[in-house]
Structures are given as structure tokens and as C-alpha cells.
Design a protein around this ligand. Sequence first.
Ligand code: GRF
Length: 202
Amino acid sequence: MFKIAVLISGNGTNLQGIIDSIKNKYLNCKIYSVISDNKDALGIKRAKFNNIPVFIVDKKIYGKELSNRILNILDEKVDLIVLAGFLSILKGDILNKFKNKIINIHPSLIPYFCGEGMYGIKVHEKVLKEGAQISGATVHFVDKGIDTGAIILQRAVAVNKNDTKETLQRRVLIEEHKLLPKVIKLISENRVIVKEKSVFIK
Ligand code: GRF
């Protein structure tokens, strides 16, 4: 069985989307564990409610050792690491050991509105500030940079004239909840080929 770990920092609605996709048999995989870098993340409750083992790797406690601690927990245990609203930046050995086996979801159309400091509601705020007419969601592989790895799939969302950052965030999240399970499914079926920055779906 294809095994994944889901890393979170907050609400965990994307985690919930994965849990639901497993329950309704869209995904044929198992969540080996949920890891949170924030002990108060709401997503921890979602995991516990579904009997998924939770590891809290508090970034305030682990600091620079955070990535190594996560590697210790997951090494040889999972086929894929899914960053679903995970705010810490993974560094060091874990990136080599899990090369092309870590994915992240970002709430904009990369390479726009992404990079350092661009996360959560800030992304949608900036989209509105710049007057962009299209936003969306991106799932990409994780490399050394911030939001720079090969793009796997994207979904566009139209920006409405009367959008607030919250209404835009809500519509983008609806797409995220479909996009992330879709990418996990494709990878679990061995249908994603990556060559440097290009991704091909078989
Ligand atoms: C999502 O928009 C995700 O793309 C971003 O942070 C948000 C987290 O949402 N990285 P949730 O914790 O899955 O509800």
C-alpha cells in the first residue's frame, strides 16, 4: 500500500480532503502519520479523530533541527511526503533522501504570488492588490528553494471584481481540495515523470 505523511501547521482542510478521498476510495493509500510544527494546529484534531498517528515537531523547540527530526520519523517509512499548509521550510538531508518525493500545495499560480513570506491569506491579499484577474492553486515538487520545484498540476480560479481576500481564499481552497488528492493519486499510480523542471503525466 502506498504510504504518505501529511505535514501541517494550521487548519488542515487539505489534510481533511486527503482523509475524505481515502474514505471514499478515490485514493488507494494510507496516511502513515501527520506531522505538525505547531502544537495548536486544528489539523491535529482532524488526524486524531481519524486515528492517524500524530507527531508534533514544534518549530520553537526543534529550530534548525526540525527537518532532521522529520527525516528521523519518516525515513524508510513513507513513499511520499505531502506538505499541506506546512509553514516551515524543509532543508538538508531530507531533500536528498526524498528527492521528487515531497510535494507542496500553494494557493496561487506559481511562479506568481509565491516565494518567501507568501503564504496563507497574504497570497490572496497580494493578488487583489496587484489587480490580477486570474489566480489559482499549484501542486509542485519541493526542492531547495521556496516554491521553486517542478510544477505538477495547476488549477486556475477567476478573480471577481467584488472579491475580498477571504472570498478568493475560499474559492481557491475548493480547488486545492480537489487538486492535492488528484496529484497524490497520480504519483501513487506511478504516472508522474519528472525531468528537471518538466513534469509529464502518463
Ligand atoms: C492552503 O491555502 C495551502 O495552499 C497553503 O496554506 C493553506 C492551508 O490550508 N499552503 P489548510 O491548513 O489545508 O486548511
